[in-house]
Design a protein around this ligand. Sequence first.
Ligand code: PAF
Length: 287
Amino acid sequence: MTKQQARIYRTRTDLQAAIAAEREKGSKIGFVPTMGALHDGHISLVEKAGEKSECVVASIFVNPTQFAPGEDLDRYPRNEEGDVARLSAAGCDLVYCPSVEEMYPDGSLTNVRVEEMSDLLDGIHRPHFFYGVATVVARLFIHVKPDVAVFGEKDYQQLQIIRRMVRDLGFGIEIIGGSTWRDADGLAQSSRNAYLSEGERETANAISSALHRAACRLHLGRPVSEVLAEARAFILAAGFTKLDYVSAVDPVTLQDLEEGPLAEGQECRLLAAAWLGTTRLIDNIGV
Ligand code: PAF
């Protein structure tokens, strides 16, 4: 049976009317926010939302407030037609494609800041980023009012910040993390992988190899400081041109762990960000 084409809405008013009709039928609403340029990882999030709700809404919005001047806002890949076809095939019912004016009405002054957690790790290198993300996700939540929302673990810091925002502001939305999708050589799928040249693509999996190796070494009881130093050296030796960080943090607070070996049963998340030429890649794994 061919799947129905998802219905596209461009204004909050039209979207909310469609969602109200779904709620009338008794449907629970699942939501997957995206910036488009969808890959298999996004599709798995849509499928996960479908397991949790009768009506799945996805948004496609390249959010200008999470890009600093000089970042890749203008060249960020856009393919609405292809994205809607993939979303429809994955069982998405409604697609929200708002304009910048719809998300940020003229004269908007209100932003959301999840303090502390937004100023660590990626926040050190992209100070504007998580404030833009929290602001747009809060606005999308207010437009969609979902019961459940699914975010990829690939953007682990983002996922934890959104969990915290939902808790602090009492949104009453269940936040679910979806596993990172990887190519056969381990490279985490990302819309930005499209920027990599053939040679860079061959090097790119070193970041996930370094993290897996580091996770094994931590399991073996090696000190955190030693394991992180090895991982940093491995990524740079593989050909990455610049390293922003490799860190071992508490999975919930994102605070750096002590330098010694992990305590028995201690949870840890390893995160890394590094550059291949002009492309910045991030990855993370649980230990
Ligand atoms: O992860 C993303 O694609 C974006 O940061 C999000 C959550 C859609 C907000 O613009």
